[in-house]
Design a binder for this molecule. Sequence first.
Ligand code: ADP
Ligand code: MG
Length: 259
Amino acid sequence: MSELVVEGLRASVQGKVILDGVDLVVRSGEVHAIMGPNGSGKSTLSHVLAGRPGYAVLGGSATIDGVELLGLPAWKRAEAGLFLAMQYPTEVPGVAVKDMLTASRATDTDSDSIYARMEAEAERIGFSAKFLDRPLNVDLSGGEKKRNETLQLGVLKPKFAILDELDSGLDVDALRMVSRRVEEETKESGLGVIAITHYSRLFDELQPDVVHIFARGRIVETGGPKLADELEDTGYEKWAGTDKPEVVATADPFADPLA
Ligand code: ADP
Ligand code: MG
């Protein structure tokens, strides 16, 4: 049993506080949905947890089984068991999916068996194995990129996965296969999931244990799976609030001192 614990996480980007006290505990096998208005900081949360540069962490902690993630480079966070399926997967010309996955320490066995695993994963989500030889995400459709992310998840077998709008760009059939695959992983490998989405249809196959509403940089309400359906009817107005983002001093050495 593993535990991802986020406590009092605060972070800013370009001097603007985006995450303002995020508290969240996810255990192995659990699926936590995060739903909230555009611009509330959901992707920022996923980036700050995964270690994308450009964000200033102002306070709090994020641990997997007691290992502090904040301050580690992204690859060490991956090694600690964290995986991020990005809202906008990055295109990496010149690096084939199969080479990227073979190079990962999580697949540090003989390359034939890794390739067989990749092919098996591709098949499980209806993804052609020909994509394994193509450069990572280059010239893929939105839906193909999301399947590519899911394939990596299945091969790398992280302890925890953040899925940032995995459903965006997927047609209904692809959505069903991908969300079913993630659900299976929660059962087969005890994967813990943070699923950021706007649409409860992601949860036809993937069964959330908890639904969080994220607004103004923090979790403002937590409920059961029914909350996802309610939100589709009511929207987020009740939680949107009107408070202005806090501005913090930046340590920008090139800032104009007279400005
Ligand atoms: P969500 O995923 O909930 O739609 P985001 O986390 O992408 O929201 O963005 C939260 C806020 O942070 C938005 O106002 C966005 O414009 C701002 N933001 C995110 N990244 C940057 C950045 N690199 N520079 C400036 N502002 C940013
Ligand atoms: Mg987002």
